[in-house]
Ligand binder design. Structure first.
Ligand code: GSH
Length: 234
């Protein structure tokens, strides 16, 4: 894509956890950016990207296209001034990598079985998703009801694959694993957030307006960590 506009563009779904990871990074680094909401059914906004059909996609000011949330976060950290995010070496870097991987593979998958546990919960989620997203009035309703049904089935499949029998307890266990990893530290990156803090914050931020978020708020250490991190964002 040839782009010479002044701001980097983030092609996203507003409530996609991977997109929220990138937005946390952009905000932490104080980068002025533009979001382009992708239509989830026809994805015409990313028609320039023939081979990669997922979001997030970042298109930088010079037209450089970067796909996939963690590579985008790393690219932003390397190419933009502002506060350094990623650890540079040693055990801290290994720990950061491990928790970023955990956030993509474990935390992201722990959420659908809870968010789409029952039809009323799935409808609540899709009400929010479709309000944030890019839909006409008819599509909003169509996507709300069909999406809720489909995601309820997908969530059931995810739960089975992940061996999740009690979605609520599973998320609580995930959150307590993250709490233990933080230990006495304010952030995993000690006095400043690192890439794992921003990734995990982003994933949880994507469900901030849903009832599943109450499990973050009910854990005092994590509530504090989440609020401290939010304060660091522009
Ligand atoms: N590994 C990718 C995963 C991205 C991803 O799965 N994005 C979803 C939205 S949450 C997507 O675009 N799925 C394809 C689709 O909607 O058709 C990343 O970290 O960015």
């Amino acid at each position: 894509m040839t782009q010479t506009n002044s701001k980097p563009k983030l092609f996203q779904y507003a409530v996609c956890p991977f997109c929220c990871k990138v937005k946390a990074t952009l905000r932490y680094k104080g980068i002025d950016y533009e979001t382009i909401e992708v239509h989830p059914l026809n994805k015409k906004e990313i028609s320039f990207s023939k081979d990669y059909r997922k979001v997030p996609i970042l298109v930088d000011q010079d037209g450089t296209q970067i796909n996939d949330s963690t590579p985008i976060m790393r690219y932003l950290d390397q190419h933009y001034n502002g506060r350094q995010v990623f650890e540079q070496s040693g055990e801290a870097q290994q720990e950061e990598d491990q928790w970023i991987d955990w956030s993509d593979k474990v935390l992201v998958r722990a959420l659908p079985p809870l968010i789409y546990r029952s039809i009323p919960e799935a409808l609540e989620a899709f009400d929010y998703i479709t309000q944030e997203g890019k839909f006409s009035w008819i599509q909003q309703r169509l996507v709300k009801y069909s999406g809720a049904l489909v995601m309820k089935m997908v969530a059931k499949k995810t739960a089975k694959e992940q061996g999740i029998t009690d979605a609520e307890n599973h998320l609580k266990k995930c959150l307590s694993d993250w709490e233990s990893a933080l230990g006495e530290r304010k952030f995993l990156g000690k006095d400043k957030p690192n890439g794992a803090d921003l990734a995990i914050y982003g994933v949880l931020n994507s469900v901030e307006n849903l009832s599943a978020f109450k499990w973050v708020k009910s854990n005092p250490k994590l509530k504090q960590w989440y609020e401290d991190l939010a304060q660091q964002l522009h």
